[in-house]
Design a binder for this molecule. Structure first.
Ligand SMILES: Nc1ncnc2c1ncn2[C@@H]1O[C@H](COP(=O)(O)OP(=O)(O)OP(=O)(O)O)[C@@H](O)[C@H]1O
Length: 293
């Protein structure tokens, strides 16, 4: 697909190579059609008394196997963008396309993995947890759902725990089950909105490690929201920086080389500084920096 003018403009403004035509290590063919395109999207909340503009003309493209992160200050519209990609909100302007088709509502091709690692129904085994959405959405009958669940559990290395109950698993393994449950639906993209925000630093780090390990094993496509620069660099291979409310694209950066292990390296620290500058170059409030761990 030929990227729209708006999409090219956003990439140009960001000083970045356009993702649809860029060549990145580990990416699929540089000319591959993007999995997800957010094209010039303005999102609004309408109440009887006023209209709140959450994002303004935001454009980006997510390739297959990307770990694409939306990063920006509180209220810049990250969650709203994710809701729109999930199909719960219709753009006031622009279009969202998955595999070239306009998103018109929620669908099993986009699954939100909620911050629910401790909320897996405890009375269901791991296998039953993974089967549940397949049955509830009537995607598959019981026998096929069981086969799909077992197949997915094997893919994510949880076969030995198929009959275990969630309370017997570590936090990281519960996250694996939650992601397996989403992957069993065979979505085209996984959506995660600040899934680790409520966790202490150590657990958060473990969860990030677990997510990355699972991504290396399975290779899903991820759209991930955070307001932590550190988390964006660790989790993402690409990061979209959004301005404060209403969110506009400020820049897009590749950060494939940044990882939990590279945290102290000069290259990673330089990128952190670059992100700070890009996020705050227009900031008028010096205290804003405090919001970014
Ligand atoms: N249901 C709603 N009705 C009206 N306005 C809303 C609603 N939800 C969010 N907003 C407004 O839309 C803007 C974007 O909100 P959103 O939650 O998407 O931001 P965010 O970047 O995800 O913030 P945070 O990092 O704090 O979660 C904010 O100004 C917010 O107040």
């Amino acid at each position: 697909m030929v990227p729209s003018l708006a999409l090219r403009r956003a990439a140009d403004q960001a000083g970045a190579t356009h993702p649809e035509v860029s060549s990145r290590a580990g990416a699929v063919s540089p000319v591959a059609a993007p999995r997800l395109v957010v094209d010039n999207v303005t999102l609004e909340y309408r109440t009887p008394r006023h209209v709140v503009k959450a994002t303004q003309q935001v454009s980006f493209a997510v390739q297959e196997r990307d770990r694409f992160v939306l990063l920006g200050p509180s209220g810049c519209g990250k969650s709203t963008l994710l809701k729109a990609v999930a199909g719960f909100l219709t753009p006031a302007e622009g279009e969202i396309r998955l595999d070239g088709r306009a998103v018109r509502g929620p669908g099993p091709d986009r699954i939100v993995v909620f911050q629910e690692f401790d909320q897996l129904p405890p009375w269901k085994t791991v296998k039953q947890n993974v089967m549940f959405p397949l049955l509830a959405s009537r995607t598959l009958r019981r026998r096929e759902a069981e086969a799909r669940a077992l197949e997915t559990l094997e893919k994510v290395g949880l076969t030995p725990f198929a009959d275990a109950y969630p309370h017997t698993l570590s936090g990281g393994m519960k996250q694996r089950v939650a992601i397996a449950r989403a992957l069993a639906m065979q979505p085209r993209i996984l959506l995660m909105d600040e899934p680790f925000a409520a966790l202490d630093a150590l657990t958060r780090r473990k969860m990030q490690e677990e997510l990355l390990t699972l991504w290396k094993e399975v290779g899903f496509t991820l759209l991930f929201v955070t307001h932590s620069i550190e988390e964006a660099q660790v989790v993402g291979n690409r990061v979209l920086l959004l301005s404060p409310h209403p969110g506009r694209v400020r820049a897009e950066l590749g950060c494939e080389e940044d990882s939990l292990e590279s945290a102290g390296s000069e290259a990673t620290r330089a990128r952190t500084r670059q992100i700070h500058t890009l996020l705050f170059e227009h900031a008028t409030n010096g205290n804003a920096e405090g919001a970014y761990p």
